[in-house]
Write a new protein. Structure first.
Length: 764
């Protein structure tokens, strides 16, 4: 065993160990405060949080929201074979009465509009046929999703200002509707759809997944620790170190204002896994104390011996995750910075608190190897000759699989499309859930659920100009003529309703003289109808909005979407000169959601390139050999590219979670390669390739195996998540870690044999 560690490092760790009680006291005082902060991290899965705040469309949308808050909306679907049956209408009327008692809730329906238009005072049962004719006489009800073949809908607006109010209001809404949900007859069912329900589900599943996998990961740590070291004292040192590391990481998020999102559950898990792997490398080296060595000096030597490799791996991973800051998807950017900060805190804890706990708890060494340890040693002993004999086969097979994986992501021009992207928030929940099925069904019935806003700005008072109003009506018609658009609601929509109710049909004539009267009529309605004020800025009458319901998947991207709306505006402008003096901007939550898809691929490519470059720079520091710097990345690259191939073959798309696989696997698995090559170089300077391989495998091989089990087992716990992207991420990343380990023991030694052009010592 080499004792050639730098004197300064040995002196540093002697001091750290001697100050052990000071470190224990400091962490003991810090931990309660950190725990309080950690428990206060809030959740937020709103679309607005997905885009970084410097994005031009985000800034435009923020300005738009100040004038026209989009709010939170849900839709209740009263489903029946005949939605105009008298009993059904009575049930819908009962539902509306229940809604009126719920605070912060406002509802609207075709039935409510009918009562306002025909205030006879008679029971709705007696007017069922009249209501059928009223609701069937125009496409307006169908276009706005108020009436369908087998349902009547009740749009509900939640007047809430934050997540807490939203959850309280949803709970109150569900309580009010409880008797109808339990016994809906004569309805077939009362279904609830809408973004607030999806967001609430995502937040609950994210939190419950954490509650499930953290205890399981704890049991996993206990089991693997006792199997490896057979010591309760060692287990205690591990658990205390892990608890402090994760708590400090979560406290950091609260301190800087990060919030928990769908991908944030990866943060504590990544920190736990990285910290555990680092502890395994240190403790495994410590447990191999040669007979007769002083245990206290051996601890100092172990810390100094593992310091460079462990520090390089942790900091390379930290900077690699920090590279996610290039992403314009806000949760991914914050997740990268959050993990990076957590790994720096983990590095401090690993080299201060853990050595103190080792000494105070007197964690023991292994007096003898277990049967499993002896079996592993036999495999390690056979690996050098095996990898030499099959070196060309191993390298060729690895190269073919890596090329196939690369093509699976990028595609083949003219033959294979690039890997699919998944950006719809609804795709992040299970397809077997009623919430998913009901929402998709409603989406099909009204021609889409994605919402886009066209923000029209004129001079002060200009929105009520007859020419501008007529131009906006033409703009609406141009948009709605496209089959990808379900409906358009703007200032002139109320005029269409009034025309229909008045028996004049639901279409507005193009006669310029008629628009003078309509402008005056609309001005009066703005003072009477609160709902109409959501389409016109009442303070200056200079801004209006048109809400466009469309099918996002039918457009190729944001540019396609914007150009479609701009083209419709130009066509309306051609016949309405007044629109030339107005400004139209495409904004809204739907636009931000559409942008997520365009940011996913740059997130993958840019962050992965930065991560790879940064880790390569770390290898420059650790390794003297240029070949080592390149070959050290073979296992990670092999694992990542092969997993992209697997994703393509089994149909897993790129989404806000799976897009992180490349950076996560590279950032975590390079830990193994750094430790492997660090010990390979220890022996290579004075020995043969076979001697260096055996030394690296003996010192780091066992730790690589168990670190892989920790990485794979930890991320596999995400398979318990109720969110498909997180389940997919857990399964794929766990598989990638296993592939990386296999490449470390096959393709990597094969590459070393080829590069050094040596044969095993026994073959000379």
């Amino acid at each position: 065993m080499s004792r050639s560690e730098p004197t300064r490092l040995l002196s540093l760790f002697r001091r750290i160990v001697s100050w052990r009680w000071g470190f224990i006291s400091a962490y003991g005082l810090l931990f309660p405060f950190a725990l309080v902060l950690a428990l206060r991290v809030e959740s937020d899965n709103r679309i607005a949080r997905l885009i970084v705040q410097s994005d031009a469309d985000f800034l435009a949308n923020e300005s738009f929201q100040k004038l026209f808050p989009e709010g939170e909306h849900v839709v209740l679907l009263a489903e029946a074979e005949d939605p105009f049956d008298p009993g059904v209408l009575e049930r819908v009327s009962d539902i509306e009465k229940r809604l009126s008692s719920v605070p912060r809730v406002e509802s609207f329906s075709a039935l409510a509009l009918y009562r306002r238009a025909r205030p006879t005072g008679r029971a709705i049962r007696e007017e069922a046929e009249e209501f059928r004719r009223f609701a069937s006489g125009t496409d307006l009800f169908r276009q706005q999703g108020l009436v369908g073949k087998d349902f009547l809908s009740i749009p509900v607006e939640l007047k809430v200002s934050d997540v807490s109010q939203r959850n309280e209001t949803l709970a109150a809404l569900d309580r009010a509707l409880g008797p109808v949900l339990d016994s809906p007859a004569p309805l077939k069912a009362l279904r609830r759809v809408g973004g607030p329900y999806v967001d609430a589900y995502l937040e609950e599943e994210t939190a419950s997944a954490s509650r499930r996998y953290f205890p399981l990961f704890g049991l996993f740590i206990i089991a693997i620790n006792l199997a490896l070291y057979r010591s309760v004292r060692t287990l205690a040192a591990f658990l205390i170190t892990l608890s402090v590391s994760v708590t400090l990481t979560m406290a950091f998020a609260q301190a800087v204002g990060f919030v928990s999102t769908i991908v944030s559950s990866l943060v504590p898990l990544t920190v736990l896994i990285t910290c555990t792997a680092a502890l395994v490398y240190i403790q495994s080296r410590f447990a191999m104390n040669p007979e007769g060595r002083d245990l206290e000096e051996h601890q100092v030597f172990t810390l100094a011996n593992k310091f460079l490799a462990t520090s390089a791996s942790i900091f390379a991973a930290a900077i690699g995750f920090a590279a996610l800051a290039v992403s314009r998807i806000r949760p991914i950017r914050e997740m990268g910075l959050w993990v990076a900060a957590g790994l720096v805190l983990t590095w401090i804890v690993v080299f201060t608190l853990f050595p103190a706990l080792q000494r105070i708890l007197r964690t023991p060494i292994l007096p003898r190897r277990t049967a499993a340890g002896k079996l592993l040693l036999r495999y390690i002993d056979a690996l050098p000759s095996f990898s030499y004999r099959w070196r060309w086969v191993l390298l060729s097979l690895s190269l073919v699989l890596m090329i196939a994986g690369l093509l699976a992501v990028t595609g083949i021009p003219g033959r294979l499309a690039p890997m699919g992207l998944e950006t719809d928030e609804l795709d992040y929940i299970d397809r077997d859930l009623p919430l998913y099925q009901d929402t998709r069904r409603f989406e099909r019935s009204i021609g889409g659920l994605s919402v886009l806003q066209a923000w029209v700005t004129a001079g002060e008072g200009g929105i009520l100009s007859p020419e501008v109003l007529r131009g906006m009506e033409d703009f609406s018609r141009e948009l709605q003529a496209d089959p990808r658009v379900g409906s358009v609601v703007g200032p002139t929509t109320m005029l269409r309703w009034i025309s229909y109710v008045g028996g004049q049909g639901d279409q507005l004539s193009d006669d310029p003289a008629a628009w003078e009267a309509r402008a005056a009529q609309l001005e009066g309605l703005l003072l009477q109808e609160p709902a109409l004020r959501s389409t016109v800025d009442l303070s200056t009458l200079a801004n209006a909005r048109l809400t466009i319901i469309y099918q996002q998947k039918k457009f190729e991207g944001v540019d396609d979407l914007k150009s479609f709306v701009a083209k419709a505006w130009k066509q309306a402008e051609a016949s309405n000169a007044a629109l030339a003096q107005c400004r139209m901007r495409v904004v809204g939550q739907g636009l931000l959601q559409a942008k997520i898809g365009e940011y996913l691929v740059p997130t993958l490519t840019e962050s992965f390139a930065l991560t790879a470059a940064i880790i390569f720079l770390a290898f420059l520091v650790v390794f003297r050999s240029g070949a080592a710097r390149l070959m050290a990345m073979i296992p990670s690259l092999f694992a990542i590219l092969v997993m992209f191939l697997v994703m393509r073959l089994i149909g897993i798309p790129l989404n806000v979670a799976t897009i992180l696989i490349a950076s996560t696997v590279l950032g975590a698995s390079e830990n193994d390669q750094i430790h492997f090559f660090y010990h390979f170089q220890e022996k290579r300077s004075s020995g043969t390739t076979e001697e260096a391989l055996r030394h690296a495998l003996l010192i780091a091989g066992r730790a690589i195996v168990f670190a892989t089990f920790i990485n794979a087992g930890g991320f596999l716990a995400l398979a318990l998540s109720g969110l498909p992207p997180m389940r997919q991420f857990g399964i794929i990343s766990a598989s990638a870690f296993v592939l990386s380990m296999l490449a470390s023991f096959t393709a990597l030694p094969a590459a070393l044999w080829v590069f050094f052009r040596e044969a095993p010592d026994s073959a000379r």
